[in-house]
Design a protein around this ligand. Structure first.
Ligand code: MN
Length: 154
């Protein structure tokens, strides 16, 4: 889902979220962030920089810090660079209304990134090590469901 979807879902006169990329990137490292989002249902938004945007997945349960736990990760619309710094309250009545707080952040190294399978090394405070994101097959090929889990140490 594209950045266009991000803009279409939001009224920037009413939400404090950024409308587009605010900052020019200085670091070469790829951004990794997880934002704890207390919306109608608590979830964790995983965002990974790729191709000038933040690829995004909503994880309904706490992201795994150890191997052996697989989490559903529902891919959502790309977010603009700079969104990794957003913390605050999205007002009542707006898309994603609720409180957003940084849960973890750092950078990541793509080890093997394909369209429907990413193996990455996450360098955060809470999540550290090799992780896998794998897209679940859907009948119409339009599914947004992925699994997110930690891989064994090598
Ligand atoms: Mn969210």
């Amino acid at each position: 889902m594209k950045l266009k979807d991000y803009k279409e879902k939001r009224n920037f006169k009413k939400t404090p979220e950024p409308s587009e990329s605010k900052s020019r990137k200085i670091s070469q490292e790829l951004i990794y962030v997880i934002q704890r989002h207390q919306a109608s249902h608590l979830h964790y938004d995983l965002r990974l920089e790729e191709g000038g945007v933040l690829k995004s997945w909503a994880i309904p349960k706490e992201p795994p810090q150890e191997e052996g736990i697989k989490r559903l990760a529902v891919q959502t619309e790309d977010h603009p660079l700079g969104y990794e710094d957003f913390e605050g309250v999205i007002p009542e009545g707006q898309y994603g209304a609720g409180d957003v707080k940084t849960w973890d952040r750092g950078n990541y190294v793509p080890l093997e990134v394909k369209e429907s399978k990413w193996i990455i090394e996450i360098r955060g405070e809470r999540l550290k090590g090799r992780y896998c994101l794998i897209k679940l097959k859907a009948k119409d090929n339009k599914g947004n469901n992925w699994l997110f889990f930690k891989l064994k140490n090598q």
